[in-house]
Design a protein around this ligand. Structure first.
Ligand code: 8IG
Length: 274
């Protein structure tokens, strides 16, 4: 291994392979077929997927750092999926673009998941909702995204098709588990500030239903790596100007806590069928 392979200033794919090797050695699981990124509100879901085989502190894994956000645990877990003999790699530590570590750091977890053998990636997040019928605590399937970060995780002339970036097959599977699931278009802003009401109206006019600060860049990197992506948002607050009250991070944490049991069961049921 080159010294450079363990950080993100060299070849990012080599850094991902180094992280995947570390995970395989530290967990004793050579291949993780499914990977999940658990965002705000989704943290409890891992426990229902199956027994935890190993838990690593993310800052022990090459290229990962301690998470910056309250309510986002900094662990990477290997979980056996029910009795299937397959394993899920659960990334509890997402890096957001607004942390300033660069876009390579944002998608390092996704590239590591691909290098660890994953063919399916479940991306979850907490977000703002634009539809007033989607109250805080409503889970929504991501049908498509609009990336308003003005950046891409792809470097050089890497042209990746994003038609059906959010797998129609996995969306149908999720709706088999819960036919009441809504679908929406996720708009990624850079953050960390929430949007103004005018920006939320803009997001709606260009076709968005959800606003957040993650997921789109991860999906782009996942599609580059050939992963099949399922995106699940939890509306933890109505977006600015949609609700009468100002947004607060406490509200976000509380909505996630209250919705926890339902969305955890939903996620575990979906993962069991992937
Ligand atoms: I949780 O209202 C959460 N994340 N951009 N807007 C944006 N991100 C969010 C929001 C929101 N709520």
């Amino acid at each position: 291994m080159n010294a450079d392979d363990t950080n993100l200033s060299g070849d990012p794919q080599a850094a991902a392979r180094a992280a995947a090797e570390h995970i395989a050695t530290a967990t004793g699981i050579s291949r993780h077929e499914v990977a999940l990124v658990l965002g705000s509100g989704w943290g409890a879901a891992a426990d229902l997927i199956g027994p935890t085989v190993a838990e690593l502190s993310s800052d022990d894994v090459p290229g990962f750092a301690k998470p910056a956000v309250a309510g986002h645990p900094g662990t990477i877990r290997s979980i056996r999926i029910g009795e299937t003999g397959r394993h899920a790699l659960v990334l509890g530590a997402r890096t957001h673009l607004y942390e300033g570590r660069g876009v390579r750091a944002v998608v390092h977890g996704v590239r590591t998941a691909a290098a660890a053998g994953a063919q399916t990636l479940v991306l979850t997040n907490g977000c703002g909702g634009l539809r007033d019928e989607w109250s805080a605590g409503t889970p929504v399937l991501i049908r498509d995204h609009i990336n308003l970060t003005a950046t891409s995780p792809l470097e050089g002339a890497t042209f990746v098709d994003l038609t059906d970036a959010y797998s129609p097959r996995l969306r149908a599977l999720a709706r088999e588990v819960d036919p009441s699931l809504h679908e929406g278009v996720y708009v990624q802003f850079r953050g960390p500030h929430y949007e103004t009401p005018a920006e939320v109206r803009f997001a709606g006019r260009i076709g968005g239903d959800l606003v957040g600060m993650s997921t789109s860049l991860e999906t782009i990197a996942a599609r580059e790596a050939g992963l099949e992506v399922l995106g699940l948002s939890l509306v933890t607050n109505l977006a600015a100007g949609i609700s009468a009250t100002p947004l607060s991070h406490d509200e976000v944490i509380e909505a996630g806590r209250a919705a926890g049991p339902r969305i955890s069961a939903l996620l575990a049921d979906i993962v069991a069928r992937i």
